[in-house]
Every structure is written in C-alpha cells, then in structure tokens.
Design a protein around this ligand. Structure first.
Ligand code: GDP
Ligand code: IMO
Ligand code: MG
Length: 427
C-alpha cells in the first residue's frame, strides 16, 4: 500500500480536512506533519461538523492511528480542547499519538506573536496570533521545549528557567510588557505533561512500522505551498514547510518512501492575511464568492480574500511539489457564474511571465492575464460521476489539468464526505 501526502496547493483552506476524512476510510494511519493550531480543517461527516486544528482529520475512521509528528508545534491547551470536543461527540481518540520531538507552543510565543505583529505596523503579516512564528523561531534557535521534555519535570524546569529568563527580558525590555511567572508556567506545563504523557511516542518509528506492515499511510498537510517559508510569498508566509518536502522533515520519512503526492486546489483562489494575490477580486464578484462560499477563516473568522483560479501559481505549486494528482475542491461554488476567468500568465510592464517572480514586490505588480471560459450554470453538488458533469464543467477541469500539468484525481462538490467525484483511482 502506498504512502500518500495530501498537500495544500495554494494559500491554505483548500479543503484538505474534507479530503483526508474521505480518504482515511481506507487508510490505517494519518500523520499531521507541519504547522500548529494556525490550521483549521473542517470535517463534515455522519458524526457531525468539526473544526480540527491539531488532531488529524482521520480520527473519525475507526481503527486508524492518528499521529501528530515532529514537524508540528503543539499548544497543549488547544489540543485538550479538541480532544474534549471529540470525546463529547463519542469519537474514539484512543489511537491518537504525539511525537516526543514535537515542539511546544509556550505562553511567551503567543504573547510575542501579537507584540511582533503590532510592532510591524503596516508591514504586519496578518498571522493567526497563535504563536506559530515564535515557536518555530525558537526551534531553529535551539531554544525550544519539546513534548518529550515534559516527561522529566526536573530537566524541564531547568530548561524553562533559562529560556523564560531570556524571554522575560525581551517581553519587558523590548516591548514593555509584563514578565511571565516561572512558577505559574512550570505548574501549568506540568499539568499538561501529565495529560499528554500517555499519548507521547517516537512517531517516526510508528510510521516506519506501519510501512513495513504494508499499510496505507496518509500524510496530512496543513497550510499551503504559497505559505511555505522558502517557496511561498515571503515574508507573507507561515514559519513551517507545508509543501511536500516538509512531509519528510516533519515525519522522519525518507523522500523515497512517499509514493503519491496529491495537491489540493480550490476551484478558485483565496488567501487570509496580507501579501500579494494577483487574481484577487476587490469587486462584487469577489464579494459574491465570499458570501456564497462563506469564505471566512476557520481559525480566525477573518474574511478570506477571493479571486479567480491562478494557474501560474498552480503550475508553480505542482512543479515544486511533484504532484502525482490534483484534487479540485469547492467546485460547486462556481455553479452560478455565467463565465469564469482563469489566470494563465502575468503581465508586468511590457513583459509577460508564465512563472511567478520570487520577489514579493514584483509579484505585487503582476497583472493577471485571463482566459475567459463559459460557466455551466447548473447545480453540481449531487453529481458523483465525471461524465455527468455539464460539458462546460468538464472543460473547466480539463483546462486546469492542462495548465497545471497534472491529472485531476478527485473533484469535491460539497463539504460533506460523500460529495465527491472520483475521476481516477488514487490508491
Ligand atoms: P482546510 O484548512 O484545507 O482543511 O480547509 P478549511 O476547512 O479551512 O476550508 C475549507 C472549507 O470549505 C470548509 O468550510 C469546508 O467545509 C468547505 N468545503 C470543502 N470542500 C468543499 C466543497 O467541495 N464544496 C463546498 N461548498 N465546501 C467545501
Ligand atoms: P490551513 O491548514 C490559511 C496564514 C495566516 C497568515 C500567515 C502567517 O487551515 O489551510 P501564522 O499564524 O501561520 O504565522 O500566519 O499564514 N495561515 C493560513 N491561512 N489556512 C491556514 O491553515 C493557515 N495557516 C496560516 O492567515 O497570513
Ligand atoms: Mg483551514
């Protein structure tokens, strides 16, 4: 059985949660490998409607092991809230495991995220203020505390004392904020540690064992490729590596162990937070997409910026990730439009570009070159076979395939698990 990575191909919120929930029915293991509770994955299935921030969206399928691996940064308070909510809905969480190497989000991370954003003024990134950037920065600076550290309280106290001493100096001297109390943070995290202990494992070994047994393993991406720290629209990015390369670092899997890489694309584009978005529609069409599709952030509630499908960025994303298949979600949202635009190139001064520039100031200046295609103006949410889609809808999918250079394997036509059209076998 293959290992399949499911990757956000745009700026996040492509519908990864729904796709994982759907594919997990056939899997034995789902591993969330990057990001933290900046993610919000919506799952709607017979057990209810859930907004997942940390726990893999495979948790609803009985017998599937769900791992939060080393690449994730964990805020224990958010994790416990999520666990409690699942248990209230009678979801079995006995197969959840957490990497001893996963870094912890500490109270100073969330405080500093907000303070740093404020200090940036007009240059703010529009982060989720969940402490993600500061937690990954500490991981790189070798100042992080990991889930496994909670298992040895004395050693944890020693590390916390020295890190907190440093963080308090920044909080008070740079930002004029109140210092955090060592005793309070220590006691709070000791309580978290007691509750986390039964979940903590060496998740890399568990994944390798599952592969040795020939089981189907899904790697659940968070965020999206255009938010990648290296390949996204830097500095308007998140602080992790949500693209396919991050799946190796975030799990401990060798690149030669990942067999398929599925890119999840919305049928149009959205973005939360600041940064360039060449196809953004600041007119009534953008407003119509936002209201019709209820494009408001799962984690922040912020209105998402909406625009036409950007095939320049989609092709870039497909190439970077090496997608073996694409999933198109929210297809039904385009049902009512008489015509649709697809951005096939950018114009900047007198040049036409077919690759996005890496420089964010240049990308800001890029004007989309559109190809207008007819809409289908009929409901698709109850269609389950590709050949039953209106011919204009089939043509839209085929044009996207052509432009991004990878076959479409699945089309999602509604938020519920069963609202999907399998175009080609994925497994
Ligand atoms: P994720 O972060 O990639 O998992 O995506 P989010 O859950 O943040 O945002 C996707 C939104 O679209 C959620 O509200 C889903 O319930 C919804 N959704 C997913 N697929 C479809 C679809 O095909 N059609 C419609 N109408 N909604 C969808
Ligand atoms: P899922 O997994 C959409 C965006 C934030 C902000 C930028 C940096 O649900 O697709 P951060 O808090 O990560 O430092 O914020 O990244 N962002 C997301 N946008 N979906 C997400 O996750 C996101 N996670 C982060 O809005 O612009
Ligand atoms: Mg989301």
């Amino acid at each position: 059985m293959p290992t399949i990575a499911i990757i956000g191909a745009q700026w996040g919120d492509e519908g990864k949660g729904k796709i994982i929930d759907l594919l997990a029915e056939q899997a034995k293991m789902v591993v969330r490998f990057a990001g933290g509770d900046n993610a919000g994955h919506t799952v709607i299935n017979p057990l209810g409607e859930f907004r997942m921030h940390l726990i893999p969206s495979g948790i609803f399928s009985p017998g599937v092991s769900c791992l939060i691996s080393n690449g994730v940064v964990i805020n224990p308070a958010v994790l416990f809230e999520e666990l409690d909510n699942l248990q209230r809905h009678d979801v079995d969480v006995s197969n959840l495991f957490i990497s001893d190497r996963a870094h912890l989000i500490m109270p100073y991370h969330t405080l500093l995220d907000a303070l740093e954003e404020e200090a940036k003024g007009g240059g703010a990134i529009g982060t989720t203020k969940k402490g993600i950037g500061p937690a990954y920065a500490d991981k790189s600076a070798r100042l992080g505390l990991r889930a496994g550290d909670l298992l040895d309280k004395e050693a944890f106290l020693g590390r916390l004392r020295s890190v907190l001493n440093y963080k308090n100096r920044i909080l008070t001297k740079v930002y004029g904020a109140q210092p955090l109390s060592l005793d309070e943070v220590y006691e709070q995290y000791c309580r978290y540690g007691e509750r986390l202990a039964p979940f903590i494992r060496e998740t890399d070994l568990m994944i390798h064992d599952a592969l040795d047994r020939g089981e189907l393993v899904l790697l659940e991406g968070a965020q999206g490729t255009l938010l990648d720290l290296d390949f996204g629209t830097y500095p308007y990015v998140t602080s992790s590596s949500p693209f396919a390369g991050g799946a190796c670092i975030g799990t401990g899997l060798s690149p030669n162990k990942i067999d398929r890489i599925l890119g999840v694309f919305k049928a149009y584009n959205t973005r939360v937070g600041a940064g360039p978005m060449p196809t953004e529609l600041k007119d009534e069409i953008g407003e119509r997409i936002r209201e019709q599709a209820h494009e408001y952030g799962t984690t922040t509630g912020k209105p998402r910026r909406c625009g036409w499908f950007d095939a320049v960025l989609a092709r870039y994303s497909a190439r970077l990730n090496g997608f073996t298949g694409a999933v198109i979600t929210r297809f039904d949202i385009l049902d009512t439009f008489p015509s649709l635009n697809i951005c096939t190139a950018y114009r900047i001064d007198d040049q036409v570009l077919t690759q996005p520039p890496s420089n964010v100031a240049l990308l800001e200046r890029c004007q989309p070159v559109y190809e207008e295609v007819p809409g289908w103006q009929s409901e698709t949410c109850n269609i389950r076979r590709f050949q039953d889609l209106p011919k204009e809808a089939q043509a839209y999918v085929k044009r996207i395939e052509e432009l991004i250079g990878c076959p479409v394997a699945l089309i999602s036509v509604g938020p519920s698990r069963e609202q999907a059209i399998m175009v080609r076998p994925i497994l």
